[in-house]
Design a protein around this ligand. Sequence first.
Ligand SMILES: Cc1cc2nc3c(=O)[nH]c(=O)nc-3n(C[C@H](O)[C@H](O)[C@H](O)COP(=O)(O)O)c2cc1C
Length: 212
Amino acid sequence: MPETTDIFEVMSTMRAMRRLKPDPVPDELINKILQAGQWAPSGGNTQRWRFLVVKDPEIKKQVQIYYKRLYDETVGPRYASSAPPPGSDPARYQRQHAAVEYLTDHYHEAPVWIVACLEDGENPGRTAGSSIYPAVQNMLLATRALGLGTTLTTRHTGYGKEVDAIFGLPSGIQSYAILPIGWPMGRFGPLGRGPLKDVVYQDQWGKPYQGL
Ligand SMILES: Cc1cc2nc3c(=O)[nH]c(=O)nc-3n(C[C@H](O)[C@H](O)[C@H](O)COP(=O)(O)O)c2cc1C
């Protein structure tokens, strides 16, 4: 599907794109994505983020080994035994599982990764991620707007210390997300989510929202 700058179309068609071509992505486009990330809000405007652009096949491969190990240890078995989420169905969930497995095997083949890091000290508190995930979401949206594919991935944090060492992160800096970016093999399309009314209440928990 072509590029689009309509923000609502971007959001409603920004499927997790896990099947990516290995073809190169111009720096000019990566730079637009990075700029979108840096425009994000952060608590107190502290901007303690750092973005690592990873293209080195060796580094990506070392990380993919941990990513695959976590699939084998936890993610694969969980997918195999859990029910489809709201807005999905068994067939659709099975396709999601297949795509997750595909990305696991081909993670390192995405031509560019953006690793979102945050300088949050040795023991990050409960809100630490709130100053990096807005930047991550901005980058996801920018990627989709440019017609590129990506998926927000955090699985590597299961071996966070090991992976951060591969990236050469100094102490006090953590990686929070890896965005594998490339030209998508498939097409963007409508997202599967449950009915909005099932997740919105009015005034107090459990009371139906009257606006819908
Ligand atoms: C916090 C978070 C972590 C995620 N980590 C991974 C991941 O490690 N690997 C992966 O393939 N997808 C990951 N995802 C993507 C979700 O599985 C995806 O957003 C969800 O299945 C909805 O996909 P859809 O937008 O295509 O419907 C993550 C998403 C979020 C929000």
